[in-house]
Design a protein around this ligand. Structure first.
Ligand SMILES: Nc1ncnc2c1ncn2[C@@H]1O[C@H](COP(=O)(O)OP(=O)(O)O)[C@@H](O)[C@H]1O
Ligand SMILES: [Mg+2]
Length: 259
């Protein structure tokens, strides 16, 4: 924890043009926060508040309109190639390559990291087994259920031993039971690997489960509430945090996972 922050947002704006006449639309406005190395942060907020835009800024998929984003001391957009194979990402949709088998999908990041073929096959196999997919190594994504595909994409994210793990609503596309099981396994994996993690969600339960710190966003993306919690946080304190979050959101977020 004594290291430099893993992720820094410094007065970040992200504007999107609306039309020739209208003013730009702010998806993110004056957003500042820092995430320490090893911290697990859940970003919670209603649909449309700018969570994915924030996520895309961290992942270097888009560039801020103003302000500064740093991840591990680097600019994730300008130095996109530097990050290749270093950050594990799990999206809401699995985003697997349909023409690659489960094994080859998991091995993709290792390939980019120039890990030798034999070693990457061994690592990918081990991760698929860990995610309960032994026997499905040769299956293509179309042959797998949604839950299984998401397991493959989680295996792919962990296989590169990422220092930073990012999840954008990784469980909201799944049915409640599958999502719940996978979320629990995911929490264990994240704790084991001790990476820095940012998880985006619109579910309070999920935020409280995944985060040691919960940031609540409101549109345009800015922090309106935050709380720290851990495994030792007493139930009464968790309940207080939950009701503070609900209050901060004005009831705009579901407490249970939505379909
Ligand atoms: N590329 C884009 N161009 C224009 N508007 C966008 C773009 N991306 C997102 N937005 C708008 O920014 C707002 C926040 O979107 P998003 O970050 O996806 O929200 P969330 O993930 O919290 O649901 C929405 O109103 C959305 O329509
Ligand atoms: Mg989103």
């Amino acid at each position: 924890m004594s290291e430099a922050p893993a992720i820094v947002f410094d007065a970040v704006d992200k504007r999107f043009p609306r039309s020739e006449a209208a003013e730009d639309f702010y998806a993110v406005r004056a957003l500042s926060f820092a995430v320490a190395a090893g911290e697990l942060v859940a970003i919670l907020g209603p649909t449309g508040c700018g969570k994915s835009t924030t996520f895309n800024l961290i992942a270097g998929l888009i560039r801020p309109s103003s302000g500064r984003v740093r991840v591990a001391g680097h600019d994730p957009y300008d130095e996109f190639d530097w990050f290749r194979g270093k950050i594990g990402i799990v999206f809401q949709n699995d985003r697997l390559m349909p023409w690659r088998s489960a094994l080859d999908n998991v091995a993709l990041g290792l390939e980019l990291n120039k890990v030798a073929r034999e070693e990457r096959v061994a690592i990918a196999r081990a991760w698929l087994e860990r995610l309960g997919l032994k026997g499905h190594e040769a299956d293509y994504p179309f042959a797998l259920s949604g839950g299984m595909r998401q397991r493959v994409s989680i295996a792919r994210a962990f296989a590169i031993k990422p220092a930073i793990l990012l999840g954008d609503e990784p469980f909201s596309g799944l049915d409640a039971v599958t999502g719940d099981t996978l979320r629990r396994e995911f929490v264990d994996l994240v704790r084991e690997t001790r990476c820095t993690g940012i998880f985006i969600t619109h579910s309070i339960d999920e935020a409280l489960q995944l985060g040691r710190r919960v940031l609540v966003f409101r549109r345009p993306a800015r922090i309106i509430y935050q709380a720290r919690l851990g495994p030792d946080t007493p139930a009464a304190e968790r309940e207080r945090i939950r009701s503070d979050i609900l209050h901060a959101l004005g009831g705009t977020v579901a407490t249970k996972e939505e379909p």
